[in-house]
Design a protein around this ligand. Structure first.
Ligand SMILES: C[S@@+](CC[C@H](N)C(=O)[O-])C[C@H]1O[C@@H](n2cnc3c(N)ncnc32)[C@H](O)[C@@H]1O
Length: 224
């Protein structure tokens, strides 16, 4: 078997047609990202996140992996929340600053440049327990570290959402890693999924949407 999209293409196209983001600037930014192969959230993932945002109505969102600022802007546009977002690539960071400014969301989005592991450690000292939603969408082999460092920053009943957890099917089966190039990241993602699935203080579901999305409801009072 070769690497694949985890969703049936016909069904994904049908679902994508049902969801439309009415913000023209966001549409343009999505078009730019798709044309230039910038990896932003897939459209069906965005549709799912739009519903979650409206249900949860977060005041504060923490995002790990800004890229050019698409999903951070989408979160603000969706529910008026404030977003703190972390990006390690200087060019992507610069683009995000410009895009967020152009979108008129600079007062709602705090952009932090640097490796998320370092930035999250710095945030521990000032932001403890303030985020309603954490969205993890950066280097897949570091998800466990991102999770552990984000947890103290979460509110009591936060939601932690991780994108790309099915890795084009490879998390489910080695057969999708045809050249054996992703062995380490596959192993680490499987360990991560097993880890979050086994936690007493988190209720986790993995959904076959986009490239695989995990959602974990946190109950900090049940944390040992
Ligand atoms: C999939 S993209 C993020 C897309 C963005 N969330 C969106 O949907 O618009 C992943 C981004 O994470 C960044 N990244 C990867 N590892 C990182 C790390 N350790 N710390 C901070 N950012 C990281 C990459 O440079 C890349 O821009």
């Amino acid at each position: 078997m070769s690497t694949m999209n985890i969703t049936n293409e016909i069904i994904a196209a049908f679902i994508d047609d049902l969801y439309y983001n009415e913000n023209e600037q966001l549409q343009e930014l999505r078009d730019f990202a798709e044309t230039n192969h910038v990896p932003i959230i897939l459209k069906d993932t965005e549709g799912l996140l739009a519903t979650i945002m409206k249900l949860k109505r977060p005041e504060q969102v923490l995002e790990i992996g800004t890229a050019i600022g698409y999903s951070a802007s989408f979160f603000v546009d969706c529910c008026g929340c404030s977003v703190t977002t972390i990006e390690s690539d200087p060019d992507a960071y610069e683009s995000a600053v410009n895009n967020i400014e152009a979108m008129g969301f600079a007062d709602k989005i705090t952009l932090l440049e640097g490796d998320a592991v370092d930035v999250l450690k710095q945030l521990q000292t000032k932001e403890t327990g303030c985020f309603d939603i954490v969205f993890i969408d950066a280097a897949k082999s570091h998800y466990r570290e991102f999770w552990d460092l984000s947890l103290p920053l979460c509110k009591e009943d936060a939601l932690i959402i991780c994108d790309n957890v099915l890795m084009k099917g490879m998390t489910a089966s080695d057969s999708f890693d045809t050249r054996g190039r992703y062995k380490t990241s596959i192993r680490r993602m499987r360990e991560f999924i097993a880890y979050i699935n086994g936690l007493d203080y988190a209720d986790t579901i993995v959904l076959p949407v986009g490239d695989g999305v995990s959602m974990s409801m946190i109950h900090k009072d049940e944390q040992n």
